[in-house]
Design a protein around this ligand. Structure first.
Ligand SMILES: [Cu+2]
Length: 481
């Protein structure tokens, strides 16, 4: 229940809109606000940033790599010195990284040793419906399920995470997320930074209490920003180029990343893999579910200096620092970013148009409806190219007011899309490349186009603010022959 102290704090932080009970907005039974517990102190740069563990196959066949993951509850140190109970894939937080190769199948046996149902969705993958981790296709506690991933798609930075109906937001928040990288021998030929100079940054928020407990609550009460599972870590780099695979795995908030000195960097990839041409920028706005691959040249810094990556969308009550890079020494660097990275065939002209309106109030809905797994919202034929107009129907908010709950991030399963327009203008650099998740600030409209395939069956589209999808901001699309 809302306690007076929490109410005052939220009111001070967020204004009237933030007073709508979190549970009612999201359909969750989680705390409406913090329960008056004492927050763990935030101590930046106390942890060295780890890399996520790498999962090794239990067996390899001529065509497939076979893996096994036990979902289980363990303790992890998110905030320095505090043990925190988390839900994990394979006992690590975040889960272990799966390295897949284009054209080679991955089979993962998922065993649920948690006390909650789960469903494993591979975000960004072209997979058969029965392996998509649909909300009702859950693995009961004590049960297991084997998922098949064909990897017949471009190299890209994917991730696997929970999708069990009404539970996905809290399950992901408590740790059920891991990386899945599809590699392609042809992409490996590019002169991009690779090996030890190709590193993932899995960024998310959390609320850790002074006793170490992790509280699932509204994002304005989650001030601990984690990278690869540790709060505001530091990492040592040499003075050369690095490829950073940046993930926003926050369940309910956007981040806006920028180096403290405004240093520009090069975006080389997005949700669906490499861009055709690199894009220079100084900041990155990312909603939950989005990925960005960037190349940063640390040779501009003298060894012995440090540079901090900041979140300029941090609340005034939070620290902006996300991660500190310590430049240790000079290095030989033979890598560079080619002017042209890849080529993608243009999509055919759309033959079907549809519109989708996302609302936060009075409920999390798409076109006025909450998700019903037994209701087919869209039926389309395999191979149809469609133009979708997506609108965030909430009014823009006054500057400076926390409005995470009014933003939406529209995500399609099965296929990537291209953003054609944002607010009537041609898609800019921020929306370039193949996307599976697109951000919508209050009042914004985007047009996206996609070809539905390569499989028939039941799939989903939904908001990737997972508190919103948990609350029903999700639709069913059936693809038929
Ligand atoms: Cu939403």
């Amino acid at each position: 229940m809302f306690q007076r102290r929490s109410l005052l704090k939220v009111a001070a932080a967020g204004g009237a809109a933030a007073l709508v009970p979190w549970g009612r907005l999201t359909g969750s039974t989680a705390a409406d606000a913090t329960q008056g517990g004492e927050l763990a102190a935030s101590v930046p740069f106390a942890h060295a940033m780890p890399l996520p563990a790498v999962l090794h196959p239990t067996r390899r066949t001529a065509t497939s790599d076979l893996y096994e993951i036990r979902m289980r509850q363990v303790q992890a140190e998110l905030v320095k010195g505090l043990p925190t109970t988390v839900r994990t894939y394979g006992g690590t937080f975040p889960g272990p990284t799966v390295n897949a190769w284009r054209g080679r199948e991955v089979v993962i046996r998922q065993i649920n040793e948690l006390d909650v149902p789960t469903a494993v969705h591979l975000h960004g993958a072209h997979v058969l419906s029965q392996h998509d981790g649909l909300p009702m296709d859950t693995i009961a506690p004590g049960g297991e399920r084997t998922y098949h991933y064909p990897n017949k798609q471009h190299a890209a930075s994917l991730w696997y995470h929970d999708h069990a109906h009404h539970l996905e937001a809290e399950n992901v928040y408590r740790g059920l997320a891991g990386l899945y990288l599809i590699r392609d021998p042809r992409e490996e030929l590019l002169p991009l930074p690779s090996g030890a100079h190709d590193i993932p940054l899995v960024i998310r928020d959390a609320r850790v209490e002074a006793d170490g407990s992790l509280v699932y609550t509204r994002p304005t009460d989650c001030p601990h920003m984690l990278v690869n599972g540790k709060e505001r870590p530091y990492t040592k780099v040499t003075a050369r180029r690095y490829r950073l695979r940046v993930y926003n795995t926050c369940v309910n908030r956007y981040i806006r990343l920028r180096f403290a000195d405004g240093t520009p960097f090069t975006v080389i990839g997005t949700d669906g893999g490499l861009l055709e041409k690199p894009v220079q920028t100084e900041d990155l706005l990312m909603l939950g579910g989005e990925r960005a691959e960037i190349v940063v040249d640390f040779s501009r810094y003298r060894p012995g200096t440090s540079i901090v990556l900041e979140n300029t969308a941090a609340l005034s009550t939070e620290r902006p620092e996300i991660l500190r890079f310590d430049i240790t020494r000079t290095a030989v660097d033979l890598s560079h970013v080619p002017h042209r990275l890849t080529w993608r065939p243009p999509l055919p002209t759309p033959t079907v148009e549809r519109s989708f309106e996302l609302r936060t109030f009075p409920q999390m809905t798409i076109n006025g409806q909450v998700y019903d797994p037994n209701r087919v919202d869209v039926t389309t034929r395999l191979g149809t190219t469609e133009l979708w107009t997506i609108t965030n129907a909430e009014a823009p908010t006054p500057a400076g007011r926390p409005d995470f709950h009014l933003w939406h991030s529209f995500h399609t399963h099965l296929t990537y899309f291209r953003v054609v327009q944002r607010n009537g203008n041609p898609a800019g650099p921020r929306d370039s490349g193949l996307k599976d998740t697109v951000t919508l600030a209050p009042g914004e409209t985007v047009k996206i186009k996609m070809t539905w395939g390569p499989y028939t069956g039941q799939y989903l589209y939904h908001c990737h603010q997972l508190g919103h999808s948990s609350g029903g901001q999700m639709g069913r699309i059936d693809i038929v022959d």
